[in-house]
Design a binder for this molecule. Structure first.
Ligand code: ATP
Length: 406
């Protein structure tokens, strides 16, 4: 069912409000097996709306339009639909009664202007609005059903469930979806690896969402067995980069593994400023395994609290393998945890040297008294991005260690 969502309102095109209606409707249509093909946003311009409707009716089978049903002069949806159908606006007795009922239920006096909301295109079907005063309506034109709902999101949602779902759900095709979350691989590299899988399954849709620092691949199709097979192939192709096949975040996955293996964790964070511990503690139930963190930003904290050797610090500098190894052991001892993570780096924009440019980060993980170390260079990254990349890299190192011990 070729579907378009049309959002009207000058506030939308001016950028004063964000069009959340369209994305909400598209998501809910998808749940009942209807894919949206197009979003259209236009201002309160009657002739523009009329032309847009005529063109959408030619090319689509379902149009869901929100906004412009109110009583004010900028509410022009009914007029535009009537013009597009070449029918007059007529006062609907059914709509008038609904409007009066809504006002009397709320004990609000009704202004005469509210009856404008009952002036609807001749021949339309009225859609009751139990959540507000403006009734919606639907019309048929060519092969297309169009449903007109209020712009106010709370009213639109009630009407969507009441009127749109029963009408269109029987025409939906159930889709099965799976996702795969990755870290540490770029979009083009990932695409290259998946190209053969993608071309082997033309009936399965692949979508890629890069939200730094992760890339999530979502696949969907009508055949569940096929979707599962593709899901497994994706895992095989991307295996070192995949941390969740069940749409869980990296801190959630790491937390679950720590808990399953009976570990506790502590962090010693210089350049990440507590971000790793913050991510870990976003996960509900993390008090079971998170012991705490030391934000050892100042060298005095590294030596005083974490007991980093002063000579080592002076000889190698705070951003070094030697110091981060001492930090990780120091916090493990201090917090009496079985696992610990530590970071020390130059987040920039200043502070870099030819030896240690901005973006140099040392990360250490200790588990079962074995220390793993990694030196990273996040070249050209902003300060925030260096912190995020360091946090995710540390969590990812731990994830791989925990998976090996599983
Ligand atoms: P009203 O009776 O309030 O005039 P209406 O159906 O005419 O209802 P609009 O006037 O277009 O709707 O919008 C009312 C309010 O609803 C807007 O000010 C805005 O806050 C919200 N709104 C409208 N359209 C959208 C949209 N596409 N996404 C999110 N919010 C919206």
């Amino acid at each position: 069912m070729k579907t378009a969502i049309l959002s009207t309102g000058s506030e939308l095109v001016r950028g004063a409000i964000t069009d959340t209606n369209a994305s909400w409707i598209a998501r809910h249509l998808r749940e009942i097996g209807i894919q949206t093909d197009r979003f259209v946003v236009i201002g309160d311009d009657c002739s523009h709306l009329t032309q847009t409707l005529v063109s959408l009716w030619d090319s689509h089978e379902l149009v869901i339009c929100t906004g412009g049903l109110g009583p004010t002069s900028d509410d022009i949806t009914a007029r535009a639909v009537a013009d597009a159908l070449s029918v007059p606006l007529v006062r609907s007795a059914e709509a008038e009664q609904q409007i009066k009922e809504r006002f009397s239920e709320r004990s609000f006096p009704m202004a005469a202007i509210n009856l404008k909301q009952a002036d609807l295109p001749e021949g339309c079907r009225i859609l009751e609005n139990s959540a507000g005063t403006a009734p919606g309506f639907s019309v048929h034109a060519s092969q297309c059903v169009s449903m007109f709902l209020p712009g106010v999101p709370s009213e639109m949602k009630v009407m969507f469930h009441r009127h749109v779902v029963p009408l269109v759900a029987p025409r939906g095709r159930r889709l099965f979806s799976r996702s795969c979350r990755t870290f540490g691989i770029g979009e083009s590299q990932l695409q290259e690896r998946l190209m053969p899988v993608e071309s082997g399954y033309p009936d399965v849709t692949f979508s890629y969402r890069a939200a730094y620092p992760e890339i999530t691949i979502t696949i969907s199709g009508e055949n569940d067995v096929q979707v599962n097979a593709v899901h497994r192939e994706i895992q095989a192709q991307l295996s070192p980069f995949v941390f969740s096949m069940k749409n869980r975040s990296l801190p959630e996955v790491v937390g679950a593994l720590l808990q399953q293996q009976g570990h506790t964790i502590a962090t010693a964070e210089s350049c990440t400023g507590g971000m790793i511990c913050n991510e870990l503690t976003h996960v509900p139930g993390s008090s079971e395994y998170v012991r705490g963190a030391v934000v050892a930003y100042d060298n005095a904290i590294k030596t005083g609290v974490l007991k980093v050797n002063e000579t080592v610090l002076a000889e190698y500098g705070a951003v070094s393998e030697q110091v981060v190894r001492e930090m990780v052991m120091g916090v493990k001892r201090l917090m009496d945890s079985s696992v610990a993570l530590a970071t020390s780096g130059i987040a920039g924009p200043g502070g870099g040297t030819p030896d240690k440019p901005v973006g140099t980060v040392h990360i250490a993980v200790v588990m079962n008294d074995v220390i793993l170390h990694k030196k990273c260079l996040f070249k050209g990254y902003s300060r925030t991005k260096v912190k995020t990349a360091s946090t995710w890299t540390a969590l990812n190192m731990l994830y791989h260690e925990l998976m090996e011990k599983k």
